[in-house]
Design a protein around this ligand. Sequence first.
Ligand code: C5P
Length: 408
Amino acid sequence: MKYQHIVLGVTGGIAAYKSPDLVRRLREQGAKVRVVMTQGAQQFVTPLTFQAVSGHSVHTTLLDAQAESAFGHIDLARWADGVLIAPASAQALAKLAQGFADDLLSTLCLATQAPIYVAPAMNQQMWKAPATQRNCQLLRQHGVTFLGPAEGAQACGETGAGRMLEPLDIVEQLSHTTSASPLANKKVLITAGPTREDIDPVRFISNRSSGRMGYAVAQAAHALGAEVQLISGPVNLTPPAGVSRIDVYSAQDMLNAVQQQLSGTDIFIATAAVADYRPAQQAAQKIKKNNTQASLELEPTPDILAWVSAQTKAPFTVGFAAETHDVAEYAKRKLAHKKLDMIAANQVGLADQGFDSAYNALTLFWQNPNGLIEEHALALTDKFHLAQQLLESVMQRYQKKILTISAR
Ligand code: C5P
């Protein structure tokens, strides 16, 4: 554990019942922990509980003459080498984003030079709310690192993104997500899996993508310290711990989700096998068989990747090209045509590799500053190791691009 002096801020939310366990887990890693509770937090758990597990009295008020003379907000702010807020309520995020200083926790967050981590916990609708997302974006710009939230069943009975990460996952991420982590404070947006384009209420057009490559890239990016947002078509996979997932169905749904999530994204990786065509009309009722030839009129789907790379402040954009033949040629054309920073090409149609397999091989192509196309081959291996190597190359190219832009 990099941090030896952690101030744990506990704010008002039902997930606060997990925070005493978090204190224990942090102490197991050798960290000293001082707990600061908001008024709201004290409605859920008592300061006495935290005093017992941290071995120190708990800080609850800003203007406490006794505390100020002994260990006040400036002392706490200086003492901390890391500040962790878990659970971080929507209110806590809003206050932090706006720089409020009306209680002990918000004040010490302004006063500290230590890195700040937040583990959000709230109802999924509150997490999705534009105001919350805007606050999160601001906080990321201020260098705050997000741990989670996770997806799943919530105390309120709803299901979705907004659950606080489990204490062990928070500790694990805190160990990885140090400022030395190559992708710390970077947001990586990933599309994965196939899309489905409905013909009628029971039939659709899709493909054999399993989503495994995208999920492996998400896991590898998370391990490198990134905040990862996965946008996934229908697949049979659970999202890696700490990765937030939005489920989509069609190419249009995927585009909508990407458009909603793009702001603040540093790196966009399009691993999804988006259907290129959809039925021009969707029948409202099941189409009946009548033993004559039938034909389906198709129209192109929106190109999500091309839309992202065409944005004025486009992130570092990586596309995938799955081809059955002339792989390199098509990939290079796509690199130029879709104005990508990098393309990862793979051959499909081979046994036990690529689509619907745990293994794959990739060739990466990008354009160097002299306009020449460079390439780097990644040999056949399991998709997680392949994803790690892909991200190594992405990070190198991304750093160079950032340096070039800032030198201008
Ligand atoms: O043009 P093609 O489908 O071969 O391009 C593949 C790349 O473009 C992949 O990265 C895929 O995720 C992305 N794509 C997209 N939206 C589409 C079609 C492809 O984002 N409608």
